[in-house]
Write a protein that binds this ligand. Structure first.
Ligand code: F6P
Length: 342
């Protein structure tokens, strides 16, 4: 059997660990051959491939990024996209595809399987917002990077008696903000699921300043927004999947806090630092286990499935269940963090 592998969407620490696991188990236990498709769905669309054998995956377990490259190419928006993929797979003798990606990449995988193409999905996103899996690899690494940043910002904020606003990734789901904010002892955590009241935010900031010794640290997800248009926010251009490029809520908050409290406030945008570099041990293990189980699904011709972590076990779920809706932060989880606001 000849299996194609691709990585799509925003990159994520642990992608290489999945690729390695898929290839190593596929070759050693099942005698499969592999072909790497470059840059997400662009690879099969254009027939752009690279060799993927034991040698190619040696030493990549701890490496961030993806040796296959990634893109946000949306096949479904390209004329004859599916037909071109079908033709290229057949020309290359590819019998099955392992697609490693988030909601967009796996959304395409789902549509392809609905049209009869043999695809198995592996969930990837630092945002941890894919449904039907408890965690996605990359999330733990992103949370650790953000937590370290928050720890460091506490001391400089205190020295200068100023508020520091840490903007983390998360367009529609506030998982990174919630976890890093809790781990880092943030005084306010703002997430997209819960529009915030700027009056309450300012009250928390002022109560923290009132301690004299400690300065407020606010963690805000890039997709967080105020209620009732309380503040002016900038919007950016859209990508191929229609997502607005965000960035700016941290600075807007810093400006608003300065205006309302007459105290200094600074914003730090962690941005792509959260996605770069080596994965944590947790993410390496999770990514490896998902890869091992994904190639088992291919061996059993169990297509249209995504491998997922549920509890401590890796299970298979329908791609549809994984992509129907996003896994957002539930109210009860946010309430646990709110105990420590102010
Ligand atoms: O989906 C992963 C993610 O890192 C989001 O958290 C973020 O909004 C987005 O990708 C950034 O995309 P890009 O890499 O295209 O700037």
């Amino acid at each position: 059997m000849r299996v194609g592998v691709l990585t799509g969407g925003g990159d994520c620490p642990g992608l290489n660990a999945v690729i390695r696991a898929v290839v190593r188990k596929g070759i050693n236990e099942y005698g499969f051959e592999f072909v790497g498709f470059r840059d997400g769905w662009r690879g099969p669309l254009e027939g752009d491939t690279m060799p993927l054998d034991t040698e190619a995956v040696r030493g990549i377990l701890p490496r961030g990024g993806t040796i296959l490259g990634s893109s946000r190419t949306n096949l479904m928006k390209i004329d004859n996209g599916v037909a071109r993929v079908r033709e290229n797979l057949s020309e290359l003798g590819v019998d099955a595809l392992v697609a490693i990606g988030g909601e967009d990449t796996l959304g395409v995988a789902r549509q392809l399987t609905e049209q009869g193409l043999p695809v198995v999905g592996v969930p990837k996103t630092i945002d941890n917002d894919l449904n039907a899996t408890d965690y996605t690899f990359g999330f733990d690494t992103a949370v650790n990077i953000a937590t370290e940043a928050i720890d460091r910002l506490h001391t400089t904020a205190e020295s200068h008696h100023r508020a520091l606003i840490v903007e983390v990734m998360g367009r529609h789901a506030g998982w990174i903000a919630l976890h890093s904010g809790m781990a880092g002892g943030a005084n306010v955590i703002l997430i997209p699921e819960r529009p915030f009241d700027i009056e309450r935010v300012v009250a928390h900031v002022e109560s923290r300043f009132a301690t004299k010794r400690y300065a407020p640290i606010l963690v805000v997800a890039e997709g967080a927004h105020p209620i009732d248009g309380q503040m002016e926010l900038s919007t950016g251009e859209k990508d191929a999947f229609g997502h607005v490029r965000l960035g700016g809520i941290g600075q807007s908050l810093a400006d608003e806090i300065e205006r309302r409290t007459h105290k200094e406030a600074r914003s730090v945008v962690l941005g792509h630092v959260q996605r770069g570099g080596t994965p944590t041990a947790f993410d390496r293990v999770l990514a490896t286990r998902l890869g091992v189980h994904a190639i088992d699904a291919v061996k059993e011709a169990d297509f249209g499935k995504m491998v997922a972590l549920q509890g401590t076990e890796i299970v298979r779920v329908d791609l549809a269940a994984a992509t129907d809706k996003l896994k957002t932060v539930p109210t009860e989880r946010y309430a646990e963090a709110e105990v420590f606001f102010g």
